[in-house]
Design a protein around this ligand. Structure first.
Ligand code: SF4
Length: 494
C-alpha cells in the first residue's frame, strides 16, 4: 500500500490540552492501581461479565471470521483512499445543508466548537458520549469560555460529576461500583437543582431514574448539542451514532444546533459497508446482537430536528499515523473495547494508569502514535504481548506487532538522544554477542547453572543487583533447567 497524504503538514496532538498523554510513566501509575483492591475487584467483575457476554454473542455467528476479514479489508481500503473520501464527505454534507470544518489539532477544534456555540448565544450544551471531545479537552475549553457542557451518557455523567477521568472506552466509569455512584449522585445532584430522595439506594434502576430526571431538564432546555460519530458515510454525508441508552438520540434531535466532532478515520465509503460494522461493533462491545439505538442523520431537514449542522473533522495526529505504513492500522479501530476486556494488564491496572482517554491495548498503540512516541514512551511496554487483543479485535488489528514496532521506534529515538547506552541496550548487546556463536552460547548456558545453586533453598532466584534489578523488580527470573535442550538432544539423539 502506498503512503497516504492529506495535503497537510503531519502534525501530532499538541501538548497542554486534552487527555492523551500519560502524566506519569505507566509502571508508576500501574503500581498505585495494583495496590487498590477495590478498584481491581470492580474492574475484574465488569470486564469478566462483558467478556463472557461477548463470547456468547460471537459464538452465535457462523461466519464471524469472514466478518472480521471483511471489516479489516474495508478499513484498509478506506485508509488507502482517505483523502478523496473525506472530500466526498465534505461535498455531501455541504450539499445537504451542513457545514464542514477542518481542525488540524485539539486547539483548532476547541476554537471552532467554542465559537460555533458562542454564535448561537447559548451558555450550555448537551453532549453525546464522544471520545474525540475528551481527547481534545473540549469540556475544559468550553468551561473556560463560560459554557457549561453536560454529559448525557450515564457513565460519562458519573465521571463528570465525580470530577474523575474515564477509564474504559465503552464504560468510562467501570472503576466505580454502585455504592460509589450513589455517593457521587447524593453529593452532586442537589447543587445542580435535581432533588435526591433521602432513601436513594444503590439499585441500578433507581440510580438510572435519578439521572434521567436530571438529564431530562437539560434535554429540554439546551439549544446546542455536541456529539461524536461512530461512522460517517462518504457517499451520502450521513453521520451515525450507536448507543445503548437513547440519551444520544435526544441530543441529536431536540436542540436547534448540532455540532459533531469526528476523527477523520471514522469514515466508511458506502452505506453497504455499514452493514459489516453494525454487526461487528455491538457483539464486540456490549455483547449484544444489535445496538439498542442506532441514529443516523444527513444534513438538515427544514422543520425537523436540528436546523444547523456542523461537522468538525479532527486530525490531531491522525494524518501522521496514516503516513506510517505499519502503524496506520491502529486507525482501523472502531472503539469496541473488546481488546481492553481480554487484556490481563488492563484487568489489573484499570484505565487511569494509561493516562489517556484511550486505555488498554489499543490505547497503548494509539496514544503514542497521536502524540509521538516520546510523549507516551512507557505505553508500548504496558503489555505482555500475549496476543489476546489481536484474537478479540473485530477488525483484526495486530496490536502486539504494533507495540513491538513502537518499542523499536522508542529504542531508536532514545539511542539518538542519549549517546550513552541504557542498561537494557547493554544487556541486549551482550545477549546478541553471546548468541552469535554456538560455543559462547553453550558456555553461557553452563554458567547459568550456578543459578540452580542460588535457587536451591527458596526455589526462586534472588533479585539481581543494579542495573539488572530494573528487570527483576517486576519479574521473576526462571530457574535454569537441570538439563539444557542441547544436552537432552545429545543424550537422546546424539
Ligand atoms: S483495537 Fe480492535 S478490539 Fe480494541 S477497541 Fe479497537 S476495534 Fe475494538
Amino acid at each position: 500500500m502506498t503512503t497516504v497524504h492529506l495535503g497537510m503538514p503531519l502534525v501530532r496532538a499538541p501538548r497542554g490540552v486534552g487527555m492523551l498523554r500519560e502524566q506519569e510513566p505507566f509502571p508508576a501509575a500501574a503500581r498505585r492501581a495494583l495496590a487498590d483492591p477495590q478498584l481491581r475487584a470492580n474492574i475484574r467483575r465488569a470486564t469478566g461479565t462483558i467478556r463472557d457476554k461477548r463470547q456468547r454473542m460471537v459464538d452465535e455467528v457462523p461466519d464471524w471470521e469472514q466478518l472480521r476479514d471483511a471489516g479489516s479489508a474495508l478499513k484498509a481500503a478506506t485508509m488507502a483512499r482517505l483523502p478523496e473520501l473525506l472530500v466526498q464527505l465534505e461535498e455531501q454534507v455541504t450539499a445537504r445543508g451542513g457545514t464542514v470544518h477542518w481542525a488540524r489539532d485539539a486547539h483548532e477544534a476547541n476554537r471552532i466548537v467554542t465559537s460555533l456555540v458562542q454564535a448561537t448565544g447559548a451558555d450550555e450544551v448537551v453532549k453525546v458520549k464522544s471520545m474525540a471531545t475528551v481527547e481534545i479537552g473540549l469540556n475544559q475549553a468550553l468551561e473556560a469560555a463560560g459554557i457549561a457542557a453536560w454529559e448525557t451518557d450515564l457513565a460519562e455523567l458519573i465521571v463528570q460529576l465525580g470530577r474523575d477521568r474515564p477509564s474504559h472506552i465503552l464504560v468510562p466509569a467501570i472503576h466505580r461500583n454502585r455504592a460509589e455512584i450513589r455517593e457521587i449522585f447524593r453529593r452532586e445532584m442537589p447543587g445542580l437543582g435535581t432533588e435526591v430522595p433521602a432513601d436513594l439506594s444503590d439499585v441500578p434502576a433507581e440510580l438510572a431514574a435519578l439521572s434521567r430526571r436530571h438529564l431530562r431538564a437539560k434535554f429540554l432546555s439546551a439549544r446546542v448539542a455536541v456529539s461524536g460519530a461512530n461512522f460517517a458515510v462518504a457517499e451520502t454525508g450521513t453521520l451515525a451514532v450507536v448507543e445503548s441508552e437513547g440519551n444520544g438520540r435526544m441530543c441529536l434531535t431536540l436542540p436547534q444546533t448540532l455540532i459533531t466532532v469526528m476523527g477523520i478515520e471514522k469514515l466508511v465509503p458506502t452505506w453497504r459497508d455499514l452493514e459489516v460494522f453494525l454487526q461487528l461493533l455491538p457483539r464486540s462491545s456490549t455483547g449484544e446482537r444489535m445496538n439498542p439505538y442506532t441514529s443516523t442523520w444527513t444534513g438538515v431537514t427544514p422543520g425537523d430536528g436540528p436546523q444547523e449542522l456542523h461537522l468538525v473533522l479532527l486530525d490531531n495526529g491522525r494524518s501522521a499515523t496514516l503516513a506510517d505504513e505499519v502503524g496506520r492500522s491502529a486507525l482501523h479501530c472502531i472503539r469496541c473495547s473488546a481488546c481492553l476486556n481480554v487484556c490481563p494488564v488492563y484487568e489489573r491496572t484499570g484505565g487511569h494508569a494509561y493516562g489517556s482517554v484511550y486505555p488498554g491495548p489499543i490505547g497503548a498503540v494509539l496514544s503514542p502514535q497521536l502524540t509521538g512516541v516520546q510523549d507516551n514512551a512507557s505505553l508500548p511496554y504496558a503489555s505482555s504481548l500475549c496476543g489476546a487483543c489481536f484474537d478479540a479485535c473485530p477488525v483484526k488489528i495486530d496490536i502486539p506487532r504494533l507495540l513491538v514496532e513502537l518499542r523499536a521506534q522508542h529504542v531508536e529515538a532514545r539511542a539518538e538522544e542519549h549517546p550513552v547506552p541504557s542498561a537494557e541496550a547493554v544487556a541486549m548487546a551482550a545477549a546478541a554477542w553471546t548468541m552469535a556463536r554456538s560455543k559462547r552460547w553453550v558456555r553461557a548456558q553452563r554458567a547459568s547453572r550456578i543459578g540452580r545453586l542460588l535457587a536451591r533453598r527458596s526455589g526462586r532466584l534472588p533479585a539481581l543487583p543494579f542495573p539488572l534489578a530494573r528487570w527483576t523488580s517486576s519479574r521473576e527470573l526462571p530457574v535454569p533447567p537441570e538439563e539444557t535442550f542441547r544436552d537432552w538432544w545429545a543424550r537422546e539423539r546424539g
